[in-house]
Design a protein around this ligand. Structure first.
Ligand code: SF4
Ligand code: SF4
Length: 164
């Protein structure tokens, strides 16, 4: 898995132009069954991908934290919300709360998340490949294929299944 992760930025770069063209077409003319197809491709991919052998998302990017996430996680950690923000978060260019540093402070040595049940919504949903109207997050997906081997494979499978 580590070799795959190391090669991923190059593989994604090689596919970038093709992927960009594909998503531009997909946005203009999304197939009627796209939501169902994405559910199928996402499920199939995550049946064979073990995130515990990867954790590249937690190591290299991290999520944004909504107010609700901050409330829930700080309560679990028995911290005041402001204390939690001061210790772990910063505000990014888009005015969102994000991690001060990566790898995420909540990732342990075995790739387990120490706040798993309480983790941010963005972590629960990453890489967003089963969300509805998937064509609407193509810019994000173009970035995610360089981080997430599962997202990379799902986009490759999409290109084989959708004739645009
Ligand atoms: S979601 Fe993607 S990047 Fe994150 S651990 Fe799973 S396979 Fe790796
Ligand atoms: S909160 Fe947990 S799932 Fe989210 S980035 Fe950190 S370790 Fe990963």
């Amino acid at each position: 898995m580590q070799d795959k992760i190391n090669n991923l930025p190059k593989l994604a770069k090689d596919k970038h132009k093709e992927n960009k063209t594909f998503f531009a077409k997909l946005k203009k003319k999304p197939p009627k069954q796209l939501d169902y197809l994405m559910q199928e491709l996402h499920q199939k991919e995550f049946e064979r991908t073990d995130c515990l052998k990867c954790a590249n998302c937690c190591k290299t990017t991290g999520p944004l934290f909504t107010d609700k996430d901050i409330r829930r996680i700080s309560k679990y950690l028995r911290m005041k919300e402001q204390e939690f923000i001061d210790q772990y978060l910063r505000i990014d260019e888009e005015k969102d709360y994000v991690l001060q540093s990566v790898p995420c402070a909540f990732l342990d040595a075995d790739n387990y998340c120490s706040i798993y049940e309480f983790r941010p919504k963005a972590c629960q949903e990453f890489p967003h490949t089963d969300r509805k109207k998937f064509q609407q997050i193509s810019n994000l997906t173009l970035k995610n294929v360089a981080i997430c081997p599962a997202a990379f494979n799902i986009v490759e499978a999409m290109k084989k299944r959708i004739d645009l």
